[in-house]
Design a protein around this ligand. Structure first.
Ligand code: MG
Length: 329
């Protein structure tokens, strides 16, 4: 018999790290503690670290709002209504790119604060409900399009699916060109590139809502900077689902699962776990040195100090690094 995990008070911290492979010692201190920063959400997701505000912004999807937390200001509402936004990331210019369930589109907030849609249809049919997004160092925007925002009114507006499937898309925002990067997945969800951008990791979470569906992470090879090939299952996630994920400077993957964050290596081997007392959806590297891992989990936002930095455009921009130095341009 297992007991329900106890959710700590706001500001309180708890031991959380389980080392599975000794090589994880370079990535996380086994004595690091998990701190609960904020609560009050219904289902939190889509964290992005904003260096200018030294804040992490994240979605509280069923309440149709974005929340933010900073060292100086604590927790606050960032935007409401919020177009039932799910995933958020940064592009090379530091603009926030959003996945909106409500408008079934990918949108962008300019540096002056104005927000507008980038794409909402493919071959004349509405997208399902863009879920999560990553910007490659060449400026292209890669996003997933499962149906979670149109299955009910809880995280968007219930509607029939128009697309023939749930695809991984590649958007060139300069050309306005949208292409299917992969049609090989059932419900693609979180996604992140390897440090050299020669691999793309995409989670498939069709076990929600389909019994017997997928709860794994697929790895693709990236060909010619723009095409995906040779999908293979990297890891089956249990318990729960691998919703959102990030990659660190060693190429290891920090993925959500039902019981917290799992750290796995590029071959899918378990290295360590961070136990989180609520069902966990996603994480993002942030903080002034980029070595804090912010975790969205059901009602709450948590943080834990780690020993590594994230890779990719959003992590570089959040640290104030020049993303022009990234590979794959
Ligand atoms: Mg997601």
């Amino acid at each position: 018999m297992t007991s329900e995990p106890v959710i700590p008070d706001i500001g309180a911290s708890i031991p959380a790290v389980q080392i599975i492979d000794p090589s994880a010692a370079r990535s996380i201190d086994p004595n690091a503690r998990l701190t609960r920063l904020a609560g009050g959400g219904s289902w939190t997701e889509g964290p992005v670290y904003l260096a200018r505000e030294a804040a992490v912004m994240y979605s509280d999807i069923p309440n149709d709002r974005a929340l933010a937390w900073s060292d100086e200001g604590g927790g606050a509402e960032w935007r409401r209504p919020n177009d039932f936004t799910n995933g958020n990331t940064l592009d090379r210019e530091g603009r926030i790119v959003h996945c909106e369930h409500g408008n079934r589109r990918v949108a962008r907030t300019e540096l002056d604060g104005t927000r507008h849609g980038l794409v909402d249809s493919y071959h004349g049919k509405r997208l399902n409900s863009p879920n999560d997004v990553v910007v490659k160092s060449d400026g292209t925007i890669w996003f997933t399009d499962p149906p979670y925002g149109i299955l009910s009114d809880r995280e968007g507006y219930q509607a029939p699916q128009e697309q023939a499937g749930c695809f991984v898309f590649r958007l060139d925002p300069e050309l306005g060109e949208l292409t299917v990067a992969s049609d090989a997945m059932d419900h693609p969800n979180g996604l992140a590139f390897s440090p050299a951008e020669d691999r793309l990791y995409v989670s498939d979470t069709s076990a929600e809502p389909k019994p017997g569906g997928n709860h794994h992470i697929v790895v693709f090879d990236v060909i010619d900077y723009r095409e995906l090939s040779d999908p293979r299952v990297l890891v089956e996630m249990a318990p729960g689902l691998p919703d959102g994920l990030r990659v660190d400077e060693h190429g290891d993957i920090w993925t959500s699962a039902g019981d917290g964050i799992h750290l796995i290596d590029p071959e899918g081997r378990d290295l360590a776990r961070i136990a989180v007392p609520e069902t966990t959806s996603n994480c993002v590297f942030g903080g002034r040195d980029g070595r804090r891992l912010f975790i969205t989990a059901s009602s709450s936002l948590y943080v834990i100090d780690v020993l590594v930095q994230g890779v990719g455009v959003a992590a570089a921009v959040a640290r104030g690094d020049d993303p022009a130095g990234l590979p794959g341009r």
